[in-house]
Design a protein around this ligand. Structure first.
Ligand code: ATP
Length: 207
């Protein structure tokens, strides 16, 4: 199984990298492709330009063999729709179940994503949960209907047999960090040290 983890990564931080690490470990994923969005459809213009966001992810994951930087959304014209990205991965890896990884905040917004039904026909979804985080509304109904328990070895094995459409909640370490907070720190000239990987610290402490 291959993990796919998209985000704006404006900038990448340890909350992102721990999510990718802990979900990969729990599900036994061979690879996680980190896919920075070029033109995020759900938000305004990022602070960092696309090349910088990609470069910081590349340098932050350089010594983690399981992680792969994927710049396909930057090579594609137009908005970065996850459904299109998953369709490309499915064509490239026809024999590997795909697992789309996201945090609970993103999962709760999933019902509003472009072509969400197509997304559920192309991949499983792993939702990183934290104490107190809850699936709501339509996302909550999907979780109830499609849930696969990661603590149950048979349920994990079944992900490979029914290679799309299951939703796996994965409990991860709570790290209350957001890129929004970090951009505030950057704006105020405050240190990002210990909240982000060292290449990101160095990028913002230059000059
Ligand atoms: P912003 O504050 O700019 O919205 P963000 O820090 O939430 O950014 P994104 O790039 O928007 O980061 O998020 C990518 C994915 O990472 C989403 O699925 C989100 O739920 C998840 N995520 C972000 N921060 C954390 C965190 N601290 N712990 C767990 N998951 C996180």
């Amino acid at each position: 199984m291959i993990g796919i983890f998209g985000g704006t990564f404006d900038p990448v931080h340890i909350g992102h990298l721990r999510l990718a690490t802990e979900v990969a470990e729990t599900l036994g994923l061979s690879q996680v492709h980190l896919v920075p969005a070029a033109i995020p459809p759900h938000r305004g213009e990022p602070l960092l330009d696309p090349a910088t966001r990609l470069d910081l992810v590349a340098r932050s994951i350089a010594d983690e063999p399981r992680f792969v930087l994927d710049d396909r959304e930057h090579r594609r014209a137009g908005p970065s729709y996850t459904a299109d990205t998953l369709a490309e991965f499915a064509a490239e890896f026809p024999n590997e179940p795909l697992v789309l990884m996201m945090g609970m905040d993103a999962f709760n917004g999933l019902p509003d994503w472009h072509e969400v039904e197509r997304i559920l026909e192309l991949a499983h979804i792993a939702v990183a949960t934290r104490p107190g985080s809850q699936a709501e509304g339509r996302a909550g109904e999907w979780l109830a209907e499609r849930r696969a328990d990661p603590a149950d070895p048979a349920a994990l094995a079944a992900l490979a047999d029914a290679p799309v459409g299951r939703i796996v909640p994965v409990a991860i370490t709570r790290l209350d960090i957001s890129a929004t907070t970090l951009r505030g720190f950057i704006d105020q000239g405050r240190s990002l040290r210990y909240l982000v990987p060292d290449p990101v610290v160095r990028h913002f402490s230059r000059g």
